[in-house]
Design a protein around this ligand. Sequence first.
Ligand SMILES: CCCCCCCC/C=C\CCCCCCCC(=O)NCC(=O)O
Length: 710
Amino acid sequence: VSRSKGLRGTESQREPRIPSQFSQEQRIAMKEALKGAIQIPTVSFSPKELNTTALAEFGEYIRKVFPTVFHTSFIRHEVVGNYSHLFTIKGSDPSMQPYILLAHIDVVPAPDKGWDVPPFSGLERDGFIYGRGTLDNKNSLMAILQALELLLIRNYIPRRSFFIALGHDEEISGINGAQKISALLQARGVQLAFVVDEGSFILDGFIPYLKKPFAMVSVSEKGAINLMLQVNTTTGHSSAPPKETSIGILAAAVSRLEQTPMPNMFGSGPLMTAVEQLANEFPFPTNIVLNNLWLFRPLVSRLMERNYITNSLVRTTTALTMFNAGVKVNVIPPVAEAIINFRLHPAQTVQEVLKLAKDIVADDRIQFHVLDAFDPLPISPSDDQALGYQLLRQTIHSVFPEVNIVAPGTCIGNTDSRHYLNLTTGIYRFNPIYLQPQDFSSIHGINEKISVQAYETQVKFVFEFIQNVILHLEQDCNYVTTTITTTAGQIKWSVQHRLVTGGKLRLGALGEPQTSWFWRLEPGEDNLRPWAPPKGALGFAPLPYPATCCCHPTPGDTNLRKHFPGTSCELSSQGKGSLSLEPRSSRALALPSCPGSDLSRESGGQVGRGLPTETLLHGWGKGQLPSLRGPQSSSLFSVGSKPEHIGICSVAVRCKALKGSISWLEAGSYALWITRESRSQRETQTELGLETTFPLFLLSRQDLPRLPGV
Ligand SMILES: CCCCCCCC/C=C\CCCCCCCC(=O)NCC(=O)O
């Protein structure tokens, strides 16, 4: 199997973890930096009215506050669309697909009225920093740059490349900022592993009876329509008015729209997944109700309508946001205009909502002008293969250990991330801060604020996240197993660990399926379970190998055998560091020649190196294999002594689970391979041919097209 790009490097490049602890001086500097950012009034009023002076000033400000970000050789900074910023942080491993972190510079207007402190003062009161943008979204912007600055001054060098994109017009559509940055990246041929943007939080107190906060990572985003309704009538003297004026006609129409909610769509989309995941967090009897939506769906959907926030999750919302009419007190208004801002439920389209709106208005005197509109965004994956989602989940659990549930959701607002649809299928929206309903009201409202502690934690989260994109196996993985193919002769095998993050492990197997192409190992279990990938799932295609069978490594242990009826060999311990495989079956296995399958060439021939410390290797029978510690460790296996001793064995690599989380294997970033090593170089060449490696499994979406026959 050609793995020309599947494996990279010769040894596990383990970077030391930089702890997310900051000095008192750094903590003061980071909050002062946020205050300074709040003080720059980067207000977007409308697509034609932006505070460009403030936007330019903001560009100067971040240069001043984050000097290391701007003066690091592997970081490229570009200004896009005059005021947006794109940072390209080049990682040391070009084979890892880059990701992008998004945030925006602009804020909505904030008249002083009603605020406890002026909205652009950035004042600190009782442990909170007040001001427009403290939640939406200068907190994210500053936390991203701050975390990077802190990493860089501690000599951090990323392996995976990433981008940071700071849009300047998110509040007014993002077409000059995010859209241009996205176009630039597309023109450069960039494809992203995932996008992380604002748009959701750790939600606290949003759902009645749910006592504990939970993290909602938005995997989709509502669509939107800005619809202008216009009525033109004959103008004239107000002393002899017509029966209806343009204002009256329009007011009645918008009132009908307001009074007639769009249909309740509860029952589809990520919300159902979230409800399922949260059901057991509720006390009795709510847990019963939520666990039985087949029966209680109508009840739950009505309950969700009662609260204005949960209501926004179950339907397309209708907000009357602008109304303009009238020229003088004694003139019949010739024209009246209103703007309605619809946010579209994921199960509806722009066309459907427009039709519904027309039916509700039901007045031919009213003209409809769609100012801008887009359908709800596709739902990004949140399964165990979804790198971005799993990384967020993992980091949430480590930074907020008290948060038990991480659930997918739909962002009710709109974000810059929608402009990145062409670059990835993984778009995730999450702000790592706690949000209560009153905080939600402050976004675009009054007294928007963030606690100093919450902001520090947000910096910590980004600091951890950036490092987590290259998590080491031993930090997070419980088990990694694979079915390996061996032939007669001695083999030496080595393991190279790449990125593994929290989640579940999916196993790929060689050969014709006996019971299943794939087996899944759940954490804490020794049983592999036959498992079928979802139809059409990427990354799971039969490998072009002949039928094989699998053996159990320890005689008497039936865990595996029962899953592999074709078992034909046994593996037993032969002392430290060696196992022998004695196939009972005479069934020979002809391994096809696979051009380009020499993995050792890619690994520089340094077989046996690169084993992470603390990695434990076990056979299924537990403990037959030695623990491997230290980068030079490797294990030698004898696999029979006669050429006809051909078989298949299963080996588990069990890794230390520091966090006890479920393991998850990133597609294409992890590989276990073996290389055959004979007693002498001569034997190797004469008996076995040039050093050969055996492909074990391929789970890479990127690699699949390169597999022969796939
Ligand atoms: C069962 C789940 C209950 C969830 C309750 C949902 C609570 C929603 C919480 C936060 C959503 C905040 C959205 C913020 C988006 C801000 C982006 C923005 O303002 N963009 C501009 C725009 O939308 O107009």
